[in-house]
Design a protein around this ligand. Structure first.
Ligand SMILES: Nc1nc2c(c(=O)[nH]1)N[C@H]1C(S)=C(S)[C@@H](COP(=O)(O)O)O[C@H]1N2
Ligand SMILES: [Mo]
Length: 521
């Protein structure tokens, strides 16, 4: 790099330095918003900062803003934030050009403000905290890069004529690239944000009906009460999320329709209003992902409100020969479910509610399928818009041609949650606890063994139903030392969980969850 002779900063460098600051910070903020759009709208740093601003301004000023901008008040706030950020970023550019790291310090302050805003939000999570940090780090790096290019250009202008023109071009190219990313990415991010905001708004207007058949009450003996156990009913924000959707689909319940097509006597169309007017039932069902490793956490239990799928299928009248329902999501994703499972007496639901709320956007708003006993990839279609009655011989769900089995009944399994793997505990009676599941058959018993010794029966919590997981606990007498502890579940028909270790592909992992326990004197 050519050395820069000392002297006053030339006036013509102020504007390019300001532009470099604005472009660096703009690109990083846009990247943060795009990442939020991809992972979850709830992670958006701009939304967190905006929310904190709304909470902080005095009520009088809020009224004034609403009076001035009407329903565009949120948009006005975002535009205002963008202006303030651009101004501070331009300043950071100018400052960084004069004094190395001074502008980066300003950018770091931005990151801290974003982080503080996230921490004031209700859904503050580790992931949400990562985004402002990533944004600030990238902004700082881009700022340094652009200012370096700028200084190479202005430096070379004073030292060599031949270097100045290419150096200028390099700076302007980097600047233009960043500006283009900011504008195009920003437009994309605001489109996503608009769609997600509209869907959230529509969701907040949904009033779920009272179920015609309420969920059976949770038995008092269902929870073991052991410290460190996962909640028996998984709260929505903690529920695992798996899907192929790059951005969360944003559907409008007012225009949503579900079509029943294919091998049926009559095609049926169902609107959201039609659906919620049906006699809905509410049930606890534990759903699981086929990718869940033994001992993994891609499983959750919720109280789902919905209409039995068999009632809808009965209206359409499946034709003889049909053996599969291909459910399709608005984004084209599909699952192939045996027709039999959707027409037998189990509570397979077209669900609209999750734990007393409309489905969260990430979990399929406005309507998804929930089928007790089957892995999600062959049953739990979110944002569902079509049920095609067909045959396994003619159609296949999304994952089947990609190496996963055509059929995916959930395998009986169990997990040790207390103590955590590798954790040290005190010698004496060591309490163990966890969950076990055999959806639609129910759990009959859970046993533990230490260092491959004899199986010892655990105390089994009362199940909510055969379609949910069961909690269990047991105290074992252990002297100081290192132990390997394994768990095994047996369903109500007497079938024990498969001992053979197999990976998740092609139809679900098997083997015993095994933990190490370090017992201290
Ligand atoms: N539209 C759509 N629905 C989908 C999927 C998907 O990729 N797209 N994935 C399925 C899989 S593999 C699982 S395990 C469950 C997960 O549901 P959850 O994200 O609500 O926990 O959704 C199912 N429904
Ligand atoms: Mo899954």
């Amino acid at each position: 790099m050519p050395s820069v002779p000392p002297g006053p900063v030339p006036r013509h460098r102020v504007w390019p330095a300001a532009a470099a600051g604005a472009v660096a910070v703009g690109s990083a903020v846009v990247l943060g918003e795009l990442l939020a759009g991809i992972f979850s709208p709830a992670l958006s740093p701009m939304t967190a900062v905006g929310g904190a601003v709304i909470d902080a301004v005095p009520p009088g000023m809020k009224d004034w803003a609403v009076a001035l901008f009407g329903t565009a008040d949120k948009l006005a706030l975002l535009a205002g934030m963008a202006l303030v950020i651009a101004a501070l970023a331009a300043m950071a550019g100018i400052v960084e050009d004069r004094r190395r790291f001074a502008g980066i310090a300003i950018v770091g302050l931005f990151g801290l403000v974003g982080l503080a805003a996230v921490l004031t939000r209700a859904q503050a999570s580790f992931n949400a905290m990562a985004l402002p940090v990533i944004t600030a780090v990238i902004a700082g790096a881009l700022l340094r890069f652009l200012i370096r290019r700028l200084q190479e250009w202005t430096g070379s202008e004073r030292t060599s004529d031949t270097e100045a023109v290419p150096a200028r071009r390099r700076f302007l190219q980097a600047l233009a690239g960043g500006a283009a990313f900011t504008v195009i990415g920003g437009a994309l991010a605001s489109l996503w944000r608009g769609a997600a905001a509209a869907a959230s708004e529509a969701r907040s207007r949904v009033a779920l009906p009272v179920p015609a058949s309420a969920a059976p009450p949770i038995p008092s003996g269902a929870e073991t009460g052991l410290d460190g156990m996962q909640p028996l009913v998984t709260p929505n924000p903690d529920f695992y999320r798996i899907d192929t959707a790059l951005t969360v689909p944003a559907l409008d319940p007012d225009t949503w329709v579900l079509k029943v097509t294919g091998m049926v006597d009559r095609e049926v169309e169902l609107s959201f209003a039609d659906l919620v007017a049906k006699p809905l039932i509410e049930r606890h069902v534990t759903i699981a992902c086929v990718s869940n490793e033994v001992g993994g956490d891609l499983i959750g239990n919720a109280r789902w409100l919905g209409w039995p799928v068999r009632e809808l299928l009965a209206l359409a009248g499946p034709q003889p020969g049909a053996d599969m329902v291909l459910s399709r999501s608005t984004d084209g994703w599909t699952a192939g479910t045996p027709l039999e499972v959707l027409t037998d007496n189990r509570d397979a639901l077209l669900a609209v509610g999750m734990n007393g709320e409309p489905l969260p956007l990430e979990h399929g708003f406005p309507v998804r399928l929930v089928v007790p006993g089957l892995y999600g990839y062959v049953s739990a279609t979110k944002w569902v818009t079509e049920l095609k009655v067909t045959r396994f011989a003619d159609d296949a769900g999304y994952w089947t041609p990609r190496g996963w089995s055509e059929r995916g009944p959930i395998k009986t399994s169990s997990r040790i949650d207390v103590p955590r793997d590798g954790r040290g505990v005190k010698a004496g009676t060591v309490m163990f606890g966890g969950v076990a599941w055999a959806q639609h058959s129910g759990i009959g018993k859970v046993e533990l063994r230490v260092n491959r010794g004899a199986w010892q029966q655990a105390e089994l919590g009362e199940g909510i139903s055969v379609d949910t997981w069961y909690q269990w606990k047991v105290g074992l007498e252990l002297a100081a030392g290192q132990y390997e502890v394994q768990v095994r579940a047996t369903d109500l028909t007497g079938r024990a969980q498969d001992e053979q270790r197999r990976p998740p592909a092609p139809d679900g992992a098997t083997g015993f969850h095994t933990i190490r326990v370090d017992v201290q004197p």
